[in-house]
Each structure stands twice: as structure tokens, then as C-alpha cells.
Ligand binder design. Structure first.
Ligand code: FAD
Length: 565
């Protein structure tokens, strides 16, 4: 999205200020709803005060999962819905969502019966160590729910000796381990942007812009400010959807409404480069519990290891950052499970922190607050002629179901009939994605022959962009396929395509959300400088602007590196 395109969209808003639905917030829930409504023929305007997916959507643990832990809170419906949506994403977003074997080290057979029982009956107590019996109950429910359309293997228990052989370095105090299957998402941020692109492809009257925030309501219209140029436009929506996640109450305040819907908790993650841990984990996630009852996870993410997360109440999402004590906490929890693996500070290559948009709750134990989703409606008032539908909570995994449910409430109000369901519609590069290893090999061979690119290159692009890689390669010439000096697995043309067509405004959008360059700890000074040149050429940045963007990017990426003690 070049500056020219931004100006064109802003101009079109000015020319046509009436819009059936204005969605505020382009995280996974806003983007999911945008696609859902676009497919029903509803013209929507989606704006985000920052970049699309820059909130919790890019800060999650990247599990596409049922939520085993929620069974303790009697959230059977949520777990059932999540498992169904997990299975759908395995099909509809197969380019990014893949099965993940998950192993739980068990430190007792009967532990946690009393505490889990109390939580199950609604008492606000901290969970204790969950033993094999409790875990068995949960995993049996998981298997039961997915019995009709099984897409992942059933759970199994592994005796102590074999567990220690399979996961070298695991604490020898375990009595056994349990394994089951969930899923993970690689390029979560890209999937969010693909939803926005799919929506516009389905209904070109829909418009989307990042870095645009609502400033207030004037004469019944929402005044939007373009953060790039400072320009303002007024929009007259029939309905506003507040999909701003942890910022829901702040966004309402900007619209003149006082609300206390959200009680967010922040969660931090570490990305570590530790070969011993990487080798010990193999292809599985280890899902374990700290002494305080909090569940933590650790798994391979590309060539690094991802660890998370914390769960700490926070008032203002703008202040969320990974703090020193959280790093210490996560390293301590890992020592309970892998006592002999030492993570050195310099092996932490990246950290990130996001805020869960949980519903406001008086509960002391944050882990027991529902991870389900709901809608709160603020009806129109004399000076505000439109209702505001506020999206509360929700997991990444369940965004499609949430969007469908919200659309079902909006469509009658708009007088529109539902045209289709999204449960079997593939997303972005998941369209026509080769489903098996054999089909993948065939796809890679075919596209390599057609484009002249090497099979390795085609495989890299297929993993990064799904089947849209084919169109990219068909258009890419030798110049476009010139590798970057600092990141040789990326090419100039690839970066140019992202900058030109994916709403790139700042360099950080590319580093942190259109690619995994920052997350994988690859945003070195050299890479940032080189990318500023390539992106700058597309977006028309002069030399000072390129320097400024590089400086801004480093200041955003660097604080997420741990402070040295
Ligand atoms: C630490 C952590 C771990 C998680 N792990 C998982 C997991 O493993 N699996 C899972 O399923 N879920 C997980 N989640 C939950 C999941 O990430 C979130 O529930 C989901 O991303 C919420 O999406 P959202 O679109 O509602 O909010 P967000 O992604 O936060 O998006 C809100 C957007 O609104 C924008 N915005 C804010 N104010 C305004 C305004 N006034 N106007 C316009 N735009 C505005 C923001 O810039 C932001 O882009 C996790 C969350 C966290 C924080």
C-alpha cells in the first residue's frame, strides 16, 4: 500500500462518508469480522490506530488449541468450539497452521484433585500441581469432542523411563508424561493481513487503513485522524464495531462513552537460541506447570525456541513490556522441567509482550478468568446516532466463530441476509495448499520448473506465503530474485512486494508483522539498514526518512531484547 493508495482510500472516505459498518481495530477479531461481513456483501471500513495485528494478535503463544486448562473452569463449550475451529484452521490455513505434539511432564499421579475440584466448582483458588488423573480426564474430553472428525492422533501416556529417553534433560522427578495433539501457527500476523486482503478481493467496496484512529464524534459522525499525514475525515457509520482488544474502553472513551468492559492481563514471551533445549524438545511442545499453578509452554519455533508466558494484570495496554522479573520467572519455571539446561542471557534473542483482552473480572487468580468471547452493545444516544458493538475477549483460535456470531447479530440490524458461511473457506495462501507431503513435493517441483527457481527457494516461499508464492515467482525477474546481503533467504522482490501491497507504513511493520525477521532475532543493524533502503525505494522515502525509519525500527525492536544485568 503506497502513499498514493493511502491517499486514494482517504479521498474515497471523504467522497463517500456513509458506511454501513466501521470496524475499529485490525487485530484478528476485527480482521476476521471484516472478512465475514465483506463476504455477506456488507461494505465496511476497517481502521487501526497502529498497524494491523500489532496488538495481542502478534503477541500470542501461537497455539491454535482447544485450551485443555479451560476444562478446569468448566468451559466445555469454549473448548469444544476451540477444537472445532482448530480443526478448521488446519484445513483453511494449512500454509501456516500445523499439528503440534504436546507433552505434559507429570510429577504425581493424584496431585491437584482437591484444588482442581474447587476451581471446577467455581472457587477463586490458585491451581496446584495437576497429576496424571486430572490430566487424563481433560485429555479424554479432548479426544471425545473430536471423535467424529479426528484430525490429530489420540492422547497417550508414556512411562517415566521412556519419557526421559524421548525428551533428554527432562526432570527425573517425573512419574510419567502425557502427550496429545494441538496445533501451532507460524505467520500469525500475515494470516491477519490475508483476511483483510481476502475481504477486499471479495467485496472491493470494503476499505481498510492502518495508522488511522478515531478522535471523537462530531455532528453524528466519527472523526478519523490519519496518523501519517495528520489529516482528518468524518465517517457516518450505521454501526460501529469496537474491536480494539485491550483498548476497548479507551476507544469507547474516544467516542464519548464510559465503559469498564476489559480487565486485561499482560503476557510475555522469550525467544531463545539454545541448542541443548532445541534438541531436547524435538518437534514437540512441552506444556508444563510452575509451582504457582500457572501453565507455561516451550517449543521450537523455526530455528529458535519460544517460551511463555506470564499473566499479570495491567491497566493501560500502552505500558505493556516484558520486564526483567518476568524473564527471571520464565527462566525459573523452565528449570523446574529441564533442571540441567541453562539459558544464558545472551541466548535470549527477542522478547515480546501483549495484553489479553479479557472481560473485566473481580477474580484474584487471573488464570481462572474466562477466555471466551462476548459482545457488549452500547445503544445510540442523541448525539451519537449509531450503536457500538464491543468485542470482548476471544482467543486467536476462535476468531472465525466469533466473527460469525457477531455478524449474525449485525446482519438483521443492517437488513442483510447471510450469503455464505466461512467455515470451509480457505484464507490467503491457504487456498489450494497442497495437503500432504507428497502433494507438497509435487507442487514445489511444478512451480520450480515453471519459474526456473530452485526447489529450496520454492519450498521457502511456500512456507512463507502459501500458494500465493506461485504468482510472486511468475512475476519475479532476476533482479527481483536478488538475495539481500544481510538476510540471504529473502530477496529484494519479496520485500518490495510486501512493501507495495501489504499496508506497509513503517519499517517495523515489515520487521515485526509482515515477516518473522524481528521475532527470530534477525533484525541486526545491517538488516535494518538494508531493508530501509529496499522499503524506502517503494514507499518513496528520501535519505533522512530512511535513516529515521531505521532508527525507529531499532528502538522498537531493541527494547524487546533483555536488559543486561
Ligand atoms: C500473551 C498472550 C498469549 C496468547 N496466546 C494465545 C494462544 O496461544 N492461542 C490463542 O488462541 N490465543 C492466544 N492469545 C489470545 C489472542 O492473542 C487474543 O485474544 C487475540 O489476538 C485478540 O485479538 P483482538 O483482535 O481482539 O485484539 P488485538 O490483537 O489486541 O487487536 C486490537 C487492535 O485494535 C487497535 N486499536 C486500539 N485502539 C484503537 C482505536 N481506538 N481505534 C482503532 N484501532 C485501535 C490496536 O492497535 C490493535 O491492532 C494470547 C494473548 C496473549 C496476550
Amino acid at each position: 500500500m503506497t502513499t498514493l493508495d493511502r491517499n486514494r482510500i482517504l479521498q474515497s472516505i471523504q467522497d463517500h462518508p456513509r458506511v454501513p459498518v466501521l470496524i475499529l481495530g485490525g487485530g484478528i477479531n476485527g480482521a476476521g469480522l471484516f472478512r465475514e461481513l465483506a463476504l455477506q456483501g456488507v461494505d465496511c471500513l476497517l481502521v487501526d490506530k497502529a498497524d494491523f495485528a500489532s496488538g495481542a494478535t502478534s503477541k500470542s503463544s501461537r497455539m491454535i488449541h482447544g485450551g485443555l486448562r479451560y476444562l478446569e473452569n468448566r468451559e466445555f463449550r469454549l473448548v469444544r468450539e476451540s477444537l472445532t475451529e482448530r480443526n478448521r484452521l488446519l484445513l483453511n490455513a494449512a500454509h501456516y497452521v500445523s499439528p503440534l505434539k504436546t507433552t505434559i511432564p507429570l510429577f504425581s499421579w493424584l496431585g491437584g484433585l482437591v484444588r482442581s475440584g474447587l476451581i471446577f466448582f467455581g472457587f477463586d483458588v490458585r491451581p496446584g500441581g495437576r497429576g496424571a488423573l486430572i490430566v487424563k480426564l481433560g485429555l479424554s474430553f479432548y479426544d471425545f469432542v473430536t471423535r467424529k472428525r479426528r484430525m490429530t492422533p489420540r492422547h497417550c501416556f508414556t512411562p517415566k523411563g521412556r519419557s526421559l529417553r524421548e525428551v533428554p534433560g527432562l526432570n527425573p522427578r517425573i512419574v510419567a508424561s502425557a502427550s496429545y495433539w494441538d496445533a501451532r501457527i507460524s505467520e500469525a500476523e500475515r494470516l491477519c493481513v490475508e483476511l483483510v486482503q481476502d475481504a477486499i478481493a471479495a467485496n472491493p467496496a470494503c476499505r481498510a487503513l492502518n495508522y488511522v484512529r478515531p478522535e471523537g464524534v462530531e455532528a453524528g459522525a466519527v472523526v478519523l485522524k490519519d496518523e501519517v499525514t495528520g489529516e482528518r475525515v468524518a465517517v457516518q457509520p450505521q454501526i460501529v464495531v469496537n474491536a480494539s482488544g485491550a483498548w476497548v474502553d479507551f476507544t469507547n472513551a474516544a467516542l464519548g462513552v464510559t465503559s469498564h468492559f476489559i480487565g486485561g492481563t499482560k503476557g510475555s514471551h522469550l525467544v531463545v537460541d539454545n541448542p541443548q533445549l532445541y534438541d531436547a524438545l524435538g518437534d514437540r511442545m512441552v506444556y508444563y506447570q510452575h509451582a504457582d499453578g500457572r501453565i507455561c509452554i516451550v517449543f521450537r519455533f523455526m530455528d529458535k525456541v519460544l517460551m511463555g508466558s506470564t499473566d499479570i494484570r495491567i491497566e493501560d495496554p500502552e505500558t505493556a513490556r516484558c520486564e526483567e522479573d518476568e524473564i527471571a520467572y520464565m527462566l525459573a519455571t523452565l528449570r523446574d522441567v529441564f533442571p540441567d539446561i541453562e539459558i544464558r542471557r545472551e541466548q535470549i534473542v527477542y522478547t515480546f509482550c501483549g495484553v489479553r483482552p479479557l472481560p473485566a473480572s473481580g477474580r484474584d487468580v487471573t488464570g481462572t478468568i474466562s477466555r471466551g468471547h462476548s459482545v457488549r452493545i452500547v445503544e445510540p444516544e442523541s448525539d451519537r446516532p449509531f450503536p457500538i458493538y464491543c468485542l470482548i475477549g476471544g482467543k486467536w483460535t476462535t476468531f472465525r466463530a466469533f466473527a460469525e456470531q457477531v455478524a449474525d447479530r449485525l446482519l438483521p440490524r443492517l437488513g442483510v441476509e447471510r450469503r455464505c458461511h466461512t467455515d470451509t473457506i480457505p484464507i490467503g495462501g491457504g487456498r489450494g495448499f497442497p495437503a500432504s507431503d507428497e502433494l507438497r513435493e509435487q507442487w514445489i517441483r511444478r512451480v520450480a520448473e515453471k519459474s526456473g527457481a530452485s526447489r529450496e527457494r520454492v519450498a521457502t516461499l511456500l512456507a512463507r506465503y502459501g500458494t500465493t508464492a506461485e504468482a510472486y515467482l511468475a512475476a519475479a525477474d532476476a533482479r527481483a530474485e536478488t538475495p539481500l546481503q544481510s538476510l540471504p533467504d529473502y530477496t529484494v522482490g519479496e520485500i518490495e512486494r510486501i512493501a507495495a501491497s501489504e499496508w506497509g507504513v513503517h519499517l517495523t511493520d515489515l520487521l515485526c508483522r509482515r515477516s518473522l525477521i524481528a521475532l527470530r532475532g534477525r533484525a541486526t543493524d545491517e538488516a535494518v539498514a538494508e531493508l530501509a533502503e529496499v522499503v524506502g525505494a517503494v514507499l518513496g522515502w528520501d535519505a533522512p526518512k530512511r535513516l529515521e525509519e531505521a532508527r525507529l525500527a531499532m528502538s522498537e525492536v531493541r527494547p524487546s531484547l533483555p536488559l543486561r544485568p
